[in-house]
Design a binder for this molecule. Structure first.
Ligand code: NAP
Length: 285
């Protein structure tokens, strides 16, 4: 069994981004990429994520803006901040930290982000581009999964790939990218009746459920490649959606939690910000 070390792969991506920022922008006297994160409310996990995104931006030489809105902010309050950032030419990318407090319509609010600044690729335009194979930017976690598999030389073509979870953020997006790599993809969800039968047939199994240690050894084929997207805070600490201890011994590759998909997501966020910044500068020149 080999560990898919997302932390290591993410570091090498960040190093390349840092280098590109220096040579393409700083040395040429051009403006550097700037990521704006919007956080609404007091979700402690969201605060940690936004702080680590800000730290990551600064570590590669990007600018970072964090807009903090109160728990009782209205939809129009959040949309106003988005519109202001859309207009601000110094901002390359906008990220709305999810989940939003109850009562706010995520899809409606996201639709106000300019597709050209939509770093997480979650506006309808960018999802449409992704699903029609004309991707501008793909959702960070989904593309991070593909890149970690590629980094370890894992060929997806012809493999049976099973994705548990069908969110736009992860499940559906990674399924589309796996299909683009010519895997044969099955998407499972909470209404799937014969889950274990399907997962046992997976050469590549992606778990994006949000339930601690949900995937157990009896659900996994010998020699499978397992990617654990889950981040669950439990009394025992941070755990994934896969029962790592029991599953690791029978698979060929597996991502750990933490240190697997999480760091890849942040590296891809930087990568998408850089790309959108380059496109915006090209359009202005
Ligand atoms: P989500 O929107 O809540 O989606 C969860 C999916 O799991 C849904 O499609 C749901 O099915 C499915 N599901 C729930 N119970 C199930 C069951 N018993 N059997 C089969 N499928 C089941 O969550 P998400 O945003 O995709 O995130 C999933 C996990 O990944 C969470 O732990 C989240 O914290 C983590 N995450 C990690 C990163 C990272 O950077 N590592 C990034 C994003 C998310 P239905 O559609 O039928 O409800």
């Amino acid at each position: 069994m080999e560990i898919l070390n997302g932390k290591l792969v993410a570091e090498s991506i960040k190093e390349k981004i840092k280098h590109a920022t220096q040579s393409e922008f700083v040395e040429k006297g051009k403006s550097v990429p700037v990521l704006a994160c919007i956080i609404v409310g007091d979700n402690p996990a969201s605060k940690v994520y936004v702080a680590s995104k800000e730290k990551a931006c600064l570590s590669v030489g990007f600018g970072s803006i964090v807009k903090v809105l109160k728990e009782d902010a209205s939809e129009s309050d959040v949309i106003d901040v988005i519109e202001e950032l859309n207009k601000d030419e110094s901002v390359s990318g906008i990220l709305l930290q999810l989940p939003l407090p109850k009562g706010l319509d995520e899809r409606k609010i996201i639709s106000h982000i300019s597709p050209e600044k939509d770093v997480d690729g979650l506006t309808e335009i960018n999802l449409g581009r992704l699903f029609s194979k004309r991707t501008l930017v793909a959702p960070c976690t989904a593309i991070g999964i593909i890149h970690i598999l590629e980094h370890y030389g894992i060929c997806m073509e012809g493999k049976n790939a099973v994705v548990i979870g069908r969110s736009l953020l992860v499940g559906k997006s990674v399924a589309s990218l796996l299909e683009e790599k010519n895997a044969t993809v099955t998407i499972c969800h909470s209404k799937t009746t014969n889950l274990e039968e399907i997962t046992k047939n997976a050469d590549i199994l992606i778990a994006a459920i949000g339930k601690p240690k949900f995937v157990t050894a009896d659900m996994v084929k010998d020699g499978a490649i397992v990617v654990d997207v889950g981040i669950n805070r439990t009394d025992a600490g941070l755990v994934g959606d896969v029962d790592f201890e029991s599953v690791a011994s029978k698979v060929s590759f597996i991502t750990p939690v933490p240190g697997g998909v999480g760091p890849m997501t942040i590296a891809e966020l930087l990568s998408n910000t850089l790309l959108l910044h380059e496109k915006a500068q090209e359009a202005r020149e």
